[in-house]
Design a protein around this ligand. Structure first.
Ligand SMILES: C[S@@+](CC[C@H](N)C(=O)[O-])C[C@H]1O[C@@H](n2cnc3c(N)ncnc32)[C@H](O)[C@@H]1O
Length: 416
């Protein structure tokens, strides 16, 4: 399959930084027949997790799941949705131009270039050379876009995995839009780490530089009513017998939807804080945190919401003067539960919080099967553990334990 076989020269794919691979695309035809439930949700149709290790380097094997993942990114719609997410795309462009003085005349690698939009922004900011890497067949279109904009002297499209392609120089800047739902779903950050460890010069810049995953208990009576109470009276008929099935269908899996700040019952809790300059692959395998939160109002507690923000701080060894944001100023190592919520006015932040303008990431909700009535100031405590799925490291297992008002419950779910 294309993305996996794009290692080295063995299959005719060039690894020369100066050349795009132009192998005929096959992915659209071979993509799963199943309708994708959500844009940016991963294909579930890969059934095995084999794949030979790269003999030349210790690149991780490209599994069938990875192939399906890259195929999902060969579709136009997913890129259209991302580009039309102006909160996302404008923040990246603003970040690139904020650091124009660091980008001009320098070498950039764009990890997962998609249509090439961030690479082009970097070229516009004066980059000397941009390596635009993508394992999906969208790289073919990216190359055409770059040619059509007369940028082929600056932007070199490499069609292959970051783990496999060769770049014969160190780079000054890594840019990547790698965030999945609940931040870590998709596990693409690992590829940014790989790029960092392969090519980034000491003192180089990573955009974004930091990321934080938050959670908070939520009330959402409208959603509960639409999905569950609806069955209690359907055209005057009591269909309550459907309620157990409705709960299972509506609430078994994490739900990606938009809520507002009014749904949120407490201050947010930091589940995981990531410093992209230092985080390791092992640290991304699991995130575990305990929380103790107090409800700000009396309301039915329907579940927990998760969201994230990313910060575009300066290079790791630059002081925070000069307008740069360093988020390690708030004592948030090791999961960073004490990290306060990033203040967008302090620096360049892309936020997916319920109170901020909506993005295509929305928020991720873990609903309980039964709501719990909580009083104002009532303690809601528990723990959450997020683990990369052993079945497919791009899936995420979510183990949530919570206690409130004397009731303790456990909810296991998988983001797939
Ligand atoms: C979220 S999209 C971002 C696309 C583009 N940068 C943008 O901002 O519109 C992520 C892209 O990264 C690519 N990708 C993910 N992991 C990769 C890897 N290990 N090597 C190369 N490309 C990868 C995907 O194929 C996808 O096109």
């Amino acid at each position: 399959m294309l993305p996996c076989s794009s290692r080295g020269d063995s299959n005719g794919h060039s690894t020369s930084p100066a050349t795009i691979t132009t192998t005929t695309t096959t992915t659209s035809q071979s993509l799963s027949h199943r309708e994708r439930r959500k844009v940016r949700r991963l294909s579930r149709d890969a059934s095995s997790a084999d794949g030979a290790a790269d003999a030349e380097r210790d690149a991780p094997p490209c599994t069938d799941f990875d192939v399906a993942y890259f195929q999902s990114y060969s579709h136009l719609g997913i890129h259209e949705e991302m580009i039309k997410d102006h909160v996302r795309t404008d923040t990246y462009r603003n970040a690139i131009f904020k650091y124009k003085h660091l980008i001009a005349g320098k070498v950039v690698v764009d990890v997962g270039c998609g249509t090439g939009i961030l690479s082009i922004f970097c070229a516009q900011a004066g980059a000397k050379r941009v390596y635009a890497v993508d394992a999906s067949d969208i790289a073919v279109q990216a190359n055409e876009v770059i040619n059509a904009n007369n940028l082929s002297d600056t932007v070199k499209v490499l069609h292959g995995r970051v783990e496999d392609v060769e770049i014969d120089e160190e780079v000054d800047i890594i840019i990547s839009e790698w965030m999945g739902y609940m931040l870590l779903y998709e596990s693409m950050l690992g590829s940014v780490i790989t790029a960092r460890d392969r090519w980034l010069k000491p003192g180089g810049l990573i955009l974004p530089s930091h990321a934080t995953l938050y959670m908070a208990p939520v009330t959402n009576p409208d959603r509960y009513s639409q999905s569950i109470d609806f069955w209690r009276n359907v055209y005057g008929i009591d269909m309550s017998a459907m309620v157990p099935l409705a709960k299972q269908c509506a609430f078994e899996e994490p739900s990606v939807e938009t809520i507002s700040g009014e749904n949120v019952l407490t201050w947010p809790h930091v589940v995981k804080h990531v410093d992209c300059y230092t985080v390791t692959l092992t640290e991304l395998e699991t995130a575990e945190t305990k929380f103790r939160l107090h409800s700000m109002m009396r309301a039915p507690l329907h579940g927990f919401a998760f969201w994230f923000d990313v910060e575009f701080g300066g290079p790791a060894d630059l002081p925070t003067s000069n307008g740069d944001l360093s988020s390690d100023n708030n004592n948030c190592k090791n999961g960073g539960q004490r990290k306060r919520r990033t203040n967008p006015s302090e620096g360049l932040v892309l936020s997916t919080a319920p109170e901020d303008p909506p993005t295509h990431w929305q928020q991720t909700l873990i609903y309980f099967y039964e709501p719990i009535e909580v009083e104002q100031d009532q303690l809601i405590e528990g723990s959450v553990t997020l683990t990369q799925s052993k079945e497919n490291r791009r899936f995420m297992n979510i183990h949530l334990e919570y206690t409130s008002g004397g009731r303790t419950l456990v909810k296991e779910s998988v983001m797939r």
